[in-house]
Design a protein around this ligand. Structure first.
Ligand code: GDP
Ligand code: MG
Length: 438
């Protein structure tokens, strides 16, 4: 067992609570990740402050360092803030359910009308789309073309008053026995009063069950102001975040939710009419943090190190009972966690370990496993049998295709590790990784 690991171990044992100092680096990292994901600065500040306060003083999970654990807490909090689960589209007690689409020009309203209509029909509903954008040239045709493509009717009155179009559109839906009516509206390049006033009039006239703000994910930071403006005037009931098929990290999602308190219901993931997915907060949280790998490791550490298992192993180590079978079990546990590299990097102080060193460690583990497999059950139970007998060691060496000195080293490493563990009187945690010493 390397000295480095021993040190790391002590450090880990010392850090059993999350404190200001042991999460400093993680705080910086999370802040940077959120800003990189284009979350609005104010939103970032408020969010991190809340999480930091909530996290201080919580117990550090075995085998995970405080930094990583904090990131996990942030992730979970992100999920919570964004609404835990998907919130489905409203359904009026008396049909039709009226959905008003709002948003800036180019955000994807018209496209999303068709996507949503198709989605609803796949759920067995009967939707009608209403062409309410009379300003943009060809906007009506755009919706009609989409309607033809997916075989869903489009109501239009040409270039008349949008309020009247909406009113008659809803009436048509009622008459045709449609259970959803989706109102496309005009957008401007910027939030402007005229646009808002028109939307307000449409709202007052048809009293929609859903007012969905369509937001282009690429506007990033601006999502906060945009949401604020629309929510103040219209009282949105949800949002659809489009163009998430690009490389944006989706920070807009957090801003929208924080500012309006309303859920994101769908995401647009492409130009095609099928490219609409329900919004899942946990996926978005991982995307925003851009830390999928670290997170899954932390999660694995929590799930897969059976805490009871680790604790009983620790107990065994402190008594003389820890044997090669436990050692093997331990190694398999590590293997099950997939990347040993990732796991080692999770340990405090081990972050700078090189790929080379990692590969070496991994190879050593594989060799140790082969040697242990060649031992008899008694030898595994009682490593001292091996320590005392060269012929036994030679048999194991031959059986596993290793040299005598390899077996000797494994046995002495194992003994050293066991002794050290005993001396440390460890009270839990991730059992040592003997055999890495080499
Ligand atoms: P509107 O002005 O708000 O009605 O926006 P449109 O529906 O006309 O969409 C503007 C552009 O964005 C069109 O070229 C769409 O194809 C495109 N678009 C809409 N949603 C998505 C999406 O989720 N992903 C991608 N890649 N493009 C989208
Ligand atoms: Mg449009």
């Amino acid at each position: 067992l390397s000295e480095k690991l021993e040190l790391a171990w002590k450090k880990l044992r010392g850090q059993d609570k999350i404190t200001e100092t042991n999460i400093q680096e993680a705080l910086r990292e999370v802040r940077r990740a959120l800003l990189d994901a284009d979350v609005n600065l104010q939103v970032v500040k408020r969010f991190i402050e809340e999480v930091r306060e909530a996290a201080l003083g919580s117990e550090v999970i075995m085998g995970v360092n405080p930094d990583q654990q904090f990131i996990k807490i942030v992730h979970d909090e992100l999920v919570k803030v964004m609404g835990d689960a998907n919130v489905p589209i409203a359904q009026a007690s008396t049909p039709p359910t009226i959905i008003l689409m709002a948003g800036l020009q180019g955000s994807g309203k018209t496209t999303t009308c068709a996507k949503l209509a198709l989605y609803l029909r796949k759920q067995g509903k009967k939707p009608l789309m209403v062409a309410g954008d009379i300003y943009r040239p060809a906007a009506i045709d755009q919706l009609k073309t989409l309607g033809q493509q997916i075989q869903i009717p489009v109501f239009d009155l040409g270039k008349t008053d949008p309020v009247e179009i909406a009113r008659q559109g809803v009436e048509a839906a009622r008459q045709q026995g449609c259970d959803y009516v989706i109102l496309d509206t005009a957008g401007r390049l910027q939030i402007d009063l005229e646009m808002m006033a028109e939307l307000e009039r449409v709202k007052a006239t048809v009293q929609p069950h859903e007012i969905l703000l369509v937001v282009d994910a690429m506007i990033g930071q601006e999502a906060a102001n945009l949401t604020q403006a629309f929510h103040e005037r219209l009282g949105i009931t949800g949002a659809i975040l489009t163009k998430l098929d690009g490389d944006t990290r989706g920070g807009a999602a957090l801003s929208i939710r924080q500012v309006s308190g309303q859920p994101i219901k769908f995401i647009g993931v492409g130009e095609k009419v099928e490219a609409l997915d329900p919004f899942y907060p946990d996926r978005m949280a991982s995307r925003i943090l851009g830390m999928g790998d670290i997170l899954s490791l932390v999660e694995k550490a929590q799930e897969e190190i059976d805490l009871g298992d680790a604790a009983s192993m620790a107990e065994k180590m402190m008594t003389a009972q820890f044997d090669f079978t436990d050692f093997l079990k331990q190694m398999r546990m590590i293997k099950r966690m997939g990347s040993l590299g990732g796991l080692l990097r999770l340990m405090p102080g081990m972050g700078k370990i090189s790929d080379d060193q990692l590969q070496k460690g991994q190879d050593q583990l594989a060799r140790a496993e082969a040697m242990i497999n060649s031992m008899t059950p008694e030898e595994r139970k009682n490593p001292d049998l091996l320590a005392r007998s060269v012929s036994r060691k030679r048999r194991v060496a031959n059986g596993s295709g290793h040299k005598l000195e390899d077996v000797s080293r494994l046995v002495s490493d194992f003994q050293r590790m066991r002794d050290m563990m005993r001396n440390m009187g460890m009270g839990g945690g991730f059992p040592g990784m003997g055999g890495l010493g080499g």
